[in-house]
Design a protein around this ligand. Structure first.
Ligand code: GDP
Length: 298
């Protein structure tokens, strides 16, 4: 992930090294190269435009500094603007004053929601919480069993509908899961929901109904960073159909070009809270915009 983008940006910025002064033409040429690098990395066009405009404006208006030469100043500006589009500060989970807090996961099938439920539960447990997972993906035949498996691995209980009671109503299961959390004094409820392969109205309605019924403290939109530009389209559809308060990027270990990671926050206005980078429960971390920007700039 990000290898090509990193290589490109590093070489563009390297071209500035050793220059004692930067002309307007230098800045324009650099901005053009950065634009190509971002577009090649599959960053959404409006995000590229905003980014380039900000970098150019700041580079041209930069005060001559004692500490940094003009080239270093451009590197600093690019770095700061990258941190900015990635969200600036790390945004912590929003938890309820009166437990249990409810965290709902939404996203397309295959995005990595169920895996993430296990990762999040394990991480929360490590932070001293007592989470419970609730299986509201009643669409995919194996989803409940899969959640039970990740729950077991994470050492966290899973609330699921009784087998043999038909397909069941996900809204009802979500409500009962929260009742169970209250009864057994779990302080955080993670609700896994159904996804489809593509955005579809019924799935959106179901997720929106669950959201309305349980009023989660966080709705996390889980998105596969490997799907490139589609990540932005899907995010926009979920923002309209369900609404969410934060984003989780998955599959950052893949070899995609990384544009999704750079676009999603800016396009939806919602922060990226966590990053998932592998199939194991440990392959998970809080998202740090500054660390991600440093990784991109190599
Ligand atoms: P769901 O349909 O949204 O619940 O998605 P799943 O949790 O079932 O994940 C779909 C597939 O992606 C599974 O094979 C997971 O093992 C895999 N997966 C999930 N997260 C990651 C990740 O961060 N990296 C990689 N490489 N694979 C992942």
């Amino acid at each position: 992930m990000f290898n090509t983008l990193s290589d490109r940006l590093t070489s563009v910025l390297q071209n500035l090294r050793g220059k004692g002064r930067l002309s307007e033409a230098d800045i324009d040429a650099t901005a053009r190269e950065i634009r190509v690098a971002l577009l090649e990395a599959d960053v959404a066009l409006p995000v590229v435009r905003t980014f380039i405009a900000k970098v150019k404006e700041r580079a041209k208006g930069a005060e001559v500094s004692q500490a940094l030469n003009p080239a270093q100043q451009v590197v600093k500006i690019v770095n700061e603007e990258l941190v900015g589009i990635l969200g600036g500060e790390t945004r912590r989970l929003n938890l309820a004053k009166n437990p249990p807090s409810v965290i709902m996961l939404a996203g397309l099938q295959g995005a990595g929601k169920t895996t993430l439920a296990g990762k999040l539960a394990k991480w929360l447990k490590g932070q001293g919480h007592t989470p419970i997972l609730v299986a509201c993906d009643l669409q995919r035949p194996n989803a409940v069993t899969q959640l039970q498996v990740v729950g077991q691995r994470a050492g966290v209980p899973v609330f699921a509908p009784e087998p043999g009671n038909g397909v069941g109503d996900p809204v009802d299961v979500a409500r009962k899961g929260i009742e169970e959390a209250r009864r057994a004094q779990h302080d955080i409820v993670v609700v896994d929901t159904a996804g489809r392969l593509g955005v579809d109205e019924e799935m959106m309605r179901q997720a929106a109904d669950i959201r309305a019924a349980v009023q989660p403290d966080e709705v996390l939109f889980v998105v596969d960073a490997m799907i490139g530009q589609d990540a932005v389209n899907t995010a926009t559809a979920f923002a309209e159909g369900v609404g969410f308060t934060g984003v989780v990027l998955t599959k950052l270990d893949g070899d995609a070009r990384g544009g999704a990671a750079l676009s999603v926050r800016e396009v939806t206005g919602q922060p990226i809270l966590f990053a998932s980078n592998g199939e194991k429960l440990e392959d998970f971390d809080v998202f740090h915009p500054d660390r991600m920007a440093s990784r991109i700039l190599g």
